[in-house]
Design a protein around this ligand. Structure first.
Ligand code: HEM
Length: 444
């Protein structure tokens, strides 16, 4: 069967609708055309969008060899080079095998104390500030940025990287515009944005190569950089080149802080919007952190908090779309996917697909409790992707988010400032457009 198509303009395709609001674009057409439809990007580029779990599983797992990271990935490559997120085929496989041991659960648990003490330092600073309001998204982005820099590179370099987030935001915005706005690349040449982009990358290169070179003369440390520098290929005994290390450092920083930062912000938003869930999470914390301390042992008892995180990632998956490009023509269900077609896997709409979720738009952490837990028995949940390219930092993120939420809820009482609008700004990740403003006071 041919894929359902939507009306499209010559030359520019559906780009105007997409650059205006990609989530409304996808949502409108899923409700009219069904769970899978096709459309066009500029220059007649064919795209298939889906929120069907069968198609997700087919593309990410069952027939993943027929799908490469798409040309959006190629644009990201301009910044990230050949890091894990953007590389392909043999070179990706070799790199993943080298990096994987650094992300084993047991190794990551070695970062528990660092994550916890950094969070406690943040809690103290926040108490000292005596702020009546905070923008939780900005605060969380700064915290997760510091955590990933510390675990990746150690504390001695964090000073150099304090402003890194603004530069990263600029790089991402540039890449997203190149992707969504027709002929933006020509405009970027004229208005100087392309030069600014190149200069920013050169600045990153300078900092990262300096860190790598310095580290060669130092004893190994307990951070991801040392683990990546020590990694050796099982077959060839080779390690990573400096360029490969630079690409991985930037990739892990980019992939590892924004997704976690915004997930934390959306989790706090959900808790403030749902007082019952807030109360239940706080009661659990009080019963688990009996002496006020969070440890690697008692953190695993925070089962309701974990459900809050899972439900937040269902409703607000920060990786709200995943993209691939088909190599050869393929069939999934009875639909024909032509070759060289861009596939948009809409995690956001899959997670709210009414055929697979009851009360799909409601925040109900309890759905992740017990034997019906979708983590065990549903194919309609992909917050960390799936198949061989699934998120390598999944356990890092889960541990970090749980620690930060636990400490925030334990030490403060939060309330949503309802006069402040909350909306989406879907860029590379699902960002809250105007920020999420919370009132806070120290918990008694
Ligand atoms: C809530 C937090 C996070 C979410 C929602 C998330 C989500 C994802 C998703 C959906 C993918 C797959 C992309 C695709 O298939 O196209 C991915 C890949 C990746 N993530 Fe995460 N991520 C999170 C945190 C992290 C952290 C903390 C790190 C590192 C410290 C990390 C590092 C990576 C890397 C390196 C990849 C590429 C893996 C590969 O292709 O081999 N992520 N992430």
């Amino acid at each position: 069967m041919k894929l359902p198509k939507i009306a499209t303009l010559p030359v520019i395709g559906n780009a105007p609708e997409i650059s205006k609001d990609i989530l409304s674009f996808l949502g409108n057409h899923f409700s009219k055309k069904g769970d899978t439809f096709s459309f066009k990007l500029p220059l007649n580029k064919s795209v298939v969008a889906t929120c069907d779990p069968v198609v997700f599983k087919h593309i990410l797992q069952l027939n993943h060899k027929n799908y490469r990271k798409d040309y959006g990935g190629n644009l990201l490559k301009l910044a990230l080079g050949n890091g894990l997120l953007t590389s392909e085929g043999e070179s990706w496989f070799k790199q993943r095998r080298l990096a994987q041991p650094a992300f084993y659960k047991k190794r990551l648990e070695g970062f528990f104390d660092t994550m916890n003490s950094m969070t406690l330092e943040y809690v103290s600073r926040l108490k000292e500030r005596n702020a009546a309001h905070i923008y939780i998204d900005t605060e969380m982005m700064q915290l997760t940025s510091r955590v990933v820099i510390e675990t990746l590179l150690g504390s001695d370099v964090s000073d150099k990287l304090t402003n890194i987030q603004n530069y990263i935001y600029f790089i991402q915005a540039h890449v997203v515009k190149m992707l969504r706005i027709p002929f933006y690349n020509l405009w970027a040449k004229v208005n100087g944005t392309e030069k600014q982009f190149d200069d920013t990358l050169r600045m990153f290169d300078h900092i990262l190569y300096e860190i790598i070179n310095k580290r060669k003369d130092q004893p190994p440390k307990n951070d991801l950089l040392s683990m990546l520098m020590d990694a050796r290929d099982e077959d060839t005994g080779e390690g990573m080149s400096d360029k490969q290390l630079r690409d991985e450092l930037l990739t892990i920083y980019l992939a590892g802080h924004e997704t976690s930062g915004y997930t934390l912000a959306w989790a706090m938003y959900n808790l403030c919007m749902h007082p019952e869930a807030y109360k239940k999470a706080k009661e659990e914390l009080r019963s688990v952190m009996t002496d006020g301390k969070l440890t690697i042992e008692n953190y695993k008892q925070l089962v309701y908090l974990k459900c809050v995180i899972d439900e937040t990632l269902r409703l607000y998956p920060t990786a709200y779309i995943l993209t691939r490009e088909s190599k050869e023509v393929d069939m999934v269900k009875d639909l024909e996917i032509p070759s060289k077609t861009l596939i948009v896997l809409s995690t956001y709409f899959l997670h709210r697909n009414p055929a697979y979720w009851q009360k799909p738009d409601e925040f109900i952490p309890e759905r992740f409790e017990g034997t019906n837990n979708p983590l065990l028995n549903s194919d309609a949940y992909y917050p960390f992707g799936g198949g061989p390219r699934m998120c390598i930092g999944f356990y890092f993120a889960t541990m970090e988010i749980t620690i930060v939420l636990a400490q925030l809820l334990y030490h403060f009482d939060f309330e949503l400032d309802k006069g402040h609008e909350v909306a989406f700004e879907p860029l590379v990740t699902l960002k809250p457009k105007y920020g999420i403003k919370l009132k806070l006071k120290t918990s008694t």
